[in-house]
Design a binder for this molecule. Sequence first.
Ligand code: ANZ
Ligand code: ZN
Length: 813
Amino acid sequence: MPKAKKYDFKKLESHWQKIWEKEGVYQPNLKSAKKPFYNLMMFPYPSAEGLHVGNMYAFTGSDVYGRLKRMQGNDVFEPIGLDGFGIHSENYALKVGVHPMKQAQVSEKRFYKQLQKIGNGFAWNNNLETYNPDYYRWTQWVFIQLWKKGLAYRKKQTVNWCPSCKTVLADEQVEGGKCERCSSEVEQRDLEQWFFRITKYSDRLLKNLDKMDWSEKIKIAQRNWIGKSEGASLKFKLLTSEFKVEEVEVFTTRPDTLFGVTFLVISPELAKTWMKLGWSAGEKVKKYVEKTLLTRVKEQEVGQKEKTGEFSGLYAINPANQEKIPVWISDYVLAGYGTGAIMAVPAHDERDFEFAKKYNLPIREVISGGNPQELWEGEGKTINSGKFSGLDSEWAKWEITKLVGGERKSQFRLRDWLISRQRYWGAPIPMVHCEACAKAGKGEQRDMPGWYAVKETDLPVKLPMIKEFRPQGTGVSPLASVKSFYETKCPHCKGRARRETDVSDTFLDSAWYYLRYPSVKEKKVAWNKDLLKKWFPVSMYIGGAEHSVLHLLYVRFVAMALKDMKFVNFEEPFKTFRAHGLLIKDGAKMSKSKGNVVNPDEYIERFGADSLRTYLMFLAPFEQGGDFRDQSMLGVVRFLERVWKFFDREIPKKSAKNSELLRLVHQSINKVTEDLENLRYNTAISSLMIMLNGFETHINSVSRSEAEIFLKLLAPLAPHITEDIWRSLGNKKSIHISAWPKAEAKFMKVEEIDLVIQIMGKFKGTVKIPFNSSQDFAVQTIKGLPRFEEWFGSRVIRKIIFVSNKIINFVLE
Ligand code: ANZ
Ligand code: ZN
């Protein structure tokens, strides 16, 4: 310096962004990197005109961490891309009336430009977009691997269907069994859909969580979602010879209550299955089942709905005491959980209790522990249980299970992953169905005749550019009307066959994208084996807590499956995961639907990217999130201006060896490093503000190397201004690859001074206390001295005169 220049952030920011790109500051050599550090952030999906400040918040937080790691000597790889396939992007394209394929190009430009402007250290040579055939070719390849491993299958799934609108309805669109739009009676249709067998991995997905360094709230959410229950499956003989079902199997977590079972309940779906197997149920029963199936609410809402039911007319035998008990049908039993049938113990289960009260069914207490007047759902001692009475309920569970030949069993809430989407904008599912082979019982998987994967060398199955891309409302994808797409040859018999016309869920695109980033240039393989060894698992992954279950579980499942097939050498894809908080604006989460989004471009334009970044990181602890307020931004703007001004002078090379200043510098290094490591960016910034205050106080003592330490500590947060000053100090290489400063304990040590003690102005002695101690601290220390009694006796202190680091004088009564 000196330059007396204005802090022209606009010019300076775009200037340094260009230089960084030219110098390849953020582009590690992936093959030869010595200390690889893969710093990943969740990639955005373009479902709007552009990114909002909430998105920038997340990206900046991840970038600050990456910059710290880079300066600490790691070869940081920080890629970015677009999760551009899927319903969000398609709906946006529909909204603006542009074909999704064209819109993708528009969004791509716009999003990348915004991401460039925020000044993140992205490795721009490695970006990827999920809708590029170069990418989704490998998404299809992943699908095929899962298929080969028996993890992909087709199954009929019941969906709501409006015969007049000719469309599938979501549960939310059905009101009292009628279509919310046209009020027609909604039908249930069974549609064939593709699923991934994620449930096969339930136990592993759950177990690994214990040893994973992930945000605790994400682990809790995953545990609940996987939902493991330990219990038993027990069988009740059904008293009928009318149809092919001989027994009812139930899943229970409380086999210890078996003697208290007074009835069984089956789901309407199971009742329907029995009818298909030949059960000629009564008219009332049939009607109840039909009606209930139509008005089925979502699983989560079952508990809130008043329970309905109907006696089936059938009876079963309780295997513990040979009692004859009735079988009921009710909507509070879910079809998709356990066996879809339960043993009801109204004395110890609230749902059963309500049901028994409503339909006047007997209640028998078999566990003592609670107030007999109230429903007792806990553990206790068994009663009224024949020779099993008087046992601890936990022990009784397995004894009773043994008695009736039941099986100890774990049950999971997790369901298989529904992959099919009857939409246009996604990766076509790379499967072919051949009618002739199906008839001949041929196929690649024994239980799925006629189905073949597309040959891997024929990938990608390209999504065609079609005019009629809108959802058809016929329950099939628009691709089902495109003959040139679906007509193909059977890979096995070479006869006429039909391609699958559903596309895959976008969550499949994002379930493996992190594997592709280092290998985006690979034409022949999904990922390069050497790069895999070097760069995985991902060192740090940062993203939103709203992805706790779906994305973050799918991505783990796919990694596990790939590990089992030896395509990757790890089963957990992310060493560390941290969830960032949410940005709040006017009391609500910033989101498009709330209409409270703030466009980052305006702020970058007005205050610069550094100010926006530093403000976003300052407003709250990163993992907690907080309020975005214009006014508070100004404080940060002023701080950066002060930084600029401070450096706008000739700074002496030689250190003044001012111990107070040195202590400030080294304590700041210590504090800022620790804060950044733990994503406490807000307090790191506070420390930097304190440091700058100290510098301003000792303005003539601050040396060049001390000033540079400050710049380095600020660099991850405000990369442009620090780079500009750094280079103007004569440094040739970027500050962002300079070495992170180390705190030296010897400077941090608190120096001690001898404080003079006077009583009524008379010298009494001295005491050693830390430099800059407060008056309170000095008084407390003096009160603890052995000679205190001798000096003060019983006299009361009236006044204290304290001169910091020098003298303390007590005035006594
Ligand atoms: C008898 C019993 C007695 C039960 C008792 C509980 C308490 P979680 O923990 O969620 O796994 N259940 C089983 N399958 C069901 C289904 N398809 N729909 C609705 N409820 C079902 O709960 C397992 C318990 O939920 C099972 O244990 C069963 O009720 C019920 F004092 O069996 B229990
Ligand atoms: Zn064939």
